[in-house]
Design a protein around this ligand. Structure first.
Ligand code: HSE
Length: 453
């Protein structure tokens, strides 16, 4: 007799023998720590069903114990001493969400040396000391998980380390700092000045304790270094990232970029080249035909180009309390699922097994080639044409050029999109252009990233 395969299947799998809860010690109970505690409590049944065991915060280290008690309530042990927590025998996993790179390194290494897994959202710590931390973790057979360190809510570390492992990655391009993306969006859409937009980002809890890390591109560089390590199997190359921030960007250039069909974003690029890696964070024009150009506000977007997958794109909240908590808890669930596994069977910390990693050289700034946007203030609009011929004669051929359509009184501004040229070539040429008799003021030059597959 025919039996329906569904009704014929055995009864649902029996639940495994209950494992004891994963005991979490949390260093820091601020924006991210508070969000993590809140989401763990709110979704505890669902999280336990996924993890196969309960995940319980049993200890918190904080400077202000009264404030911490107000957040976590009774039943959670409190200490002012993160090292005591990191080495405590009743803790299985340490969640470090306090930030900073000095004491945080000591806490991380102490936790690892005491056989504890480490979950951290601290991108600065991992960008500067990740290789040492991962090596220590390898030696002690524990896991270090850091999904919350890069583009918070977006599971990009998981995508690179697990979903895209078939691919030779060609490039990764990302808007990976929520604060600067929020500032650029408010400036462009609402005409806010830089300072007001930054104050709003700080009030919303997006900005770093020292917002210069956001504005000057350092935070994005931390994240791009971690992405590059996972994409290319190279040790975390933070020191080699070429970084420019958004302090000097002018609203005028946002309007001019729009006239040329582009939007200005603080963009991180990690690209494999024949001689090494291109690795930089810079304000850049992105064609508004690209989805990435439409990642606005505090949202983040990352595009990965693999040889087999082609282009894949990831989008989500790039900053904030619960979006970061989402990633931190996903890491805790991964740790809860590790019980009984050997370290060698786990997903490697940087996507590639340690013995197979190779330090790739990062191309010097002068050797990086890309297309450029130029805004050239002119004495007379009629100077544009001869200047275009002059530029072409210098080897920087205008692919598109127009006079800016701006309110009266702004003066003639000649806008150019060039073909690709190395930074060394452009630096030399800008020097000459700036001294050209037709030029009436400071020339602005920005990278243009077409993001073609
Ligand atoms: N300050 C960071 C940002 C927080 O704005 O993206 C999330 O890493």
């Amino acid at each position: 007799m025919y039996r329906d395969p569904v009704s014929a299947s055995p009864s649902p799998a029996a639940a495994p023998a209950a494992q004891r809860p994963l005991r979490v010690g949390m260093i820091g109970i601020g924006t991210v720590g508070g969000g993590t505690f809140r989401v763990l409590a709110r979704n505890q049944a669902e999280i336990a069903a996924r993890a196969g065991r309960a995940i319980e915060v049993t200890m918190v280290a904080a400077r202000d114990l009264e404030r911490a008690a107000g957040i976590v309530g009774a039943g959670v042990q409190l200490t002012r001493d993160p090292l005591q927590l990191a080495t405590h025998p009743d803790i299985d996993v340490v969640v470090e969400v306090a930030g900073g790179t000095g004491p945080a390194l000591d806490w991380a290494l102490a936790a690892i040396a005491h056989g504890k897994h480490l979950v951290t959202a601290n991108k600065a710590l991992l960008a500067l000391h990740g290789d040492a931390i991962f090596e220590a973790a390898r030696q002690h057979g524990v896991a270090v998980a850091y999904e919350g360190a890069v583009a918070v809510s977006i599971p990009i570390v998981k995508a690179l380390r697990e979903g895209l492992t078939a691919n030779r990655i060609a490039w990764v391009a990302g808007i990976v700092n929520g604060t600067t993306n929020f500032i650029l969006s408010r400036m462009r859409d609402d005409g806010l000045d830089f300072g007001t937009a930054l104050a709003q980002a700080q009030a919303l809890g997006y900005a770093e304790a020292d917002p210069s890390f956001d504005i000057d591109g350092t935070d994005a560089a931390h994240k791009m270094a971690l992405l590059a390590a996972n994409a290319f199997g190279t040790p975390v190359p933070f020191d080699a990232v070429q970084v420019e921030g958004i302090r000097t960007l002018q609203v005028l250039d946002m309007a001019c970029a729009a006239q040329l069909g582009h939007r200005i974003k603080l963009l991180g690029i990690a690209r494999r080249q024949p001689d090494g890696l291109e690795l930089r964070v810079q304000p850049a024009l992105v064609p508004d035909t690209q989805l990435l150009a439409h990642v606005d506000g505090s949202m983040n977007g990352i595009v990965v180009c693999g040889d087999a997958s082609g282009v894949t794109m990831y989008y989500g909240a790039g900053a904030g309390s619960e979006p970061t908590a989402s990633a931190v808890i996903a890491d805790l669930v991964d740790v809860a699922r590790l019980a009984g596994t050997q370290a060698a069977q786990r997903v490697p910390h940087r996507g590639f097994h340690a013995h197979a990693m190779r330090a790739l050289p990062v191309l010097p700034r002068a050797a990086v080639s890309s297309a450029r946007y130029l805004r050239v203030p002119l004495h007379r609009a009629s100077d544009a044409e001869p200047l275009g011929r002059w530029l072409a004669a210098q080897g920087l051929v205008p692919r598109k050029a127009a006079l800016a359509q701006l309110p009266e009184g702004t003066g003639a501004q000649w806008l150019v999109l060039t073909g690709p040229a190395t930074q060394a070539h452009v630096d030399g040429l800008l020097d000459q252009l700036q001294r050209h008799p037709a030029v009436a003021g400071a020339v602005t030059a920005l990278h243009v990233e077409p993001l073609d597959a």
